[in-house]
Design a protein around this ligand. Structure first.
Ligand SMILES: [Zn+2]
Length: 324
C-alpha cells in the first residue's frame, strides 16, 4: 500500500506518468513494461496508479474510481488483474507461469484491459522466463504486463529486450529539498539539507526519516571512525561511492572548521571533537592542506560528471589512502 499522499503527482514521477497516459490515449502503449523496483522513489505508487488506470473503463488521465471495473479492483477481486511473484524468495516456476498464461487465454470479463503485475521477475526460472517470451512478444489483445524486478540486470537479456524499460528519473537534490519542505510545511534544517544532498535518490525515505526523526546510521560518523580510530574503511561500490564522496567533503569541511576554532555547537560531530583534534595534531594537518583535499573532492565530482568511464570508487579510494 502506498504511503499517505504518495502518488503519481510526486514531481519526479510526473513526466513518466504523463508519457504513459499519452501513449495509452494514442493507442501506442507497448504491451510489456519493465519498471525497476525502487521503493524510495515511489515505484509502488506509480505501479498502483497505473494498474488502476489500465483497468478502468472510463479512464481519462486517472482512473475514475467509480466504474464497475474500478470498484472490483478496489474490492481486491478484479477478474482481469493478475499478480505473480516469488513466494518467500523462492524461484518462480514454469508451472506458475503456465497457469497464468492459461488464465489469460480466457476473454476479459469486464470489457477492459487485462493487466499482469509480475513482481521479482529476476526470480523466474529459465524455463519459466522462456515460457513467457512468446506471450510478451505477441500478447492477446489489450493485455499489459508490468514487470517490476528488484535486480533488473539479473533478467535474461531475451526477456529484457521484449519489454519497454520505464526507469524513474532520479530527482536532483534541489528538487528533493523543495518537495520535502513542502511536505513538512516548514523550512528544512541544515542537517536535513545535508541529507537531501546525500540521499537525493531516496526522497520517500527522507520524508519518513524527517517525520519520525529517526535517521539511518551516519556516513560522516562512520568515515570519521575509519580515519581517526582506525576502523575499517567503508566498501566503495559504483552505487554508493557518490554518497561517500559527499561524506568525505563534509568531513574535510568539519576538519577545516575545527582548525578555525568554530564553536562546538556548529560542528557536525561535537562528541568526537577531542579525538579528531588529537588526530589532526598527530599528523600536523593545516587548513591549506585540508582545503586542497576538499578541492580534490570537488574535482573528482566534476570529472566523473563530465566524463563517462572514469572509475569514481577508485579515485575516491586513492584520496582516502592519503589519510591512513
Ligand atoms: Zn473507472
Amino acid at each position: 500500500m502506498a504511503a499517505r499522499g504518495v502518488n503519481v503527482s510526486l514531481p519526479w514521477l510526473r513526466t513518466l506518468w504523463q508519457n504513459l497516459v499519452r501513449e495509452q490515449q494514442q493507442g501506442t502503449l507497448a504491451h510489456a513494461h519493465c519498471i525497476p523496483w525502487q521503493p524510495d522513489l515511489g515505484t509502488a505508487a506509480l505501479v498502483d496508479e497505473w494498474i488502476k488506470l489500465l483497468l478502468c473503463t472510463q479512464s481519462q488521465k486517472r482512473a475514475c474510481g467509480q466504474c464497475k471495473s474500478c470498484l472490483l479492483h478496489q474490492a481486491g477481486n478484479h477478474p482481469d488483474f493478475y499478480r505473480l511473484g516469488s513466494v518467500d524468495g523462492k524461484v518462480i516456476s514454469v508451472d506458475q507461469v503456465r497457469e497464468l498464461l492459461a488464465k489469460l487465454q480466457q476473454t476479459p470479463n469486464q470489457a477492459g484491459a487485462k493487466v499482469v503485475w509480475l513482481q521479482d521477475a529476476e526470480k523466474l526460472s529459465v524455463t519459466a522466463a522462456n515460457a513467457l517470451l512468446k506471450t510478451l512478444e505477441e500478447p492477446t489483445r489489450a493485455t499489459y504486463f508490468i514487470v517490476t524486478p528488484e535486480r533488473t540486470e539479473r533478467l535474461l537479456p531475451t526477456l529484457r529486450s521484449r519489454m519497454q524499460l520505464q526507469r524513474i528519473p532520479q530527482p536532483g537534490a534541489e528538487e528533493v529539498a523543495q518537495w520535502l519542505a513542502q511536505r513538512l510545511q516548514r523550512v528544512l534544517t541544515a542537517e536535513e539539507q545535508n541529507y537531501c544532498q546525500r540521499y537525493a535518490d531516496r526522497p520517500l525515505a527522507l520524508l519518513q526519516w524527517a517525520e519520525s526523526g529517526d535517521y539511518p546510521s551516519d556516513d560522516l560518523a562512520e568515515l570519521n571512525e575509519s580515519f581517526t580510530a582506525g576502523a575499517a574503511l567503508p566498501a566503495l561500490t559504483k552505487t554508493n561511492w557518490q554518497g561517500w564522496l559527499l561524506a568525505t567533503e563534509q568531513w574535510l569541511q568539519m576538519l577545516i572548521r575545527l582548525q578555525q576554532n568554530v564553536a562546538v555547537t556548529q560542528l557536525q560531530l561535537p562528541q568526537q571533537r577531542e579525538s579528531v583534534e588529537n588526530w589532526l595534531r598527530q599528523h600536523n594537518y593545516q587548513v591549506t592542506e585540508l582545503s586542497s583535499w576538499l578541492q580534490l573532492c570537488y574535482a573528482i565530482r566534476q570529472r566523473t560528471n563530465e566524463q563517462s568511464g572514469l572509475n569514481g570508487p577508485l579515485l575516491l579510494k586513492e584520496l582516502w589512502m592519503r589519510w591512513l
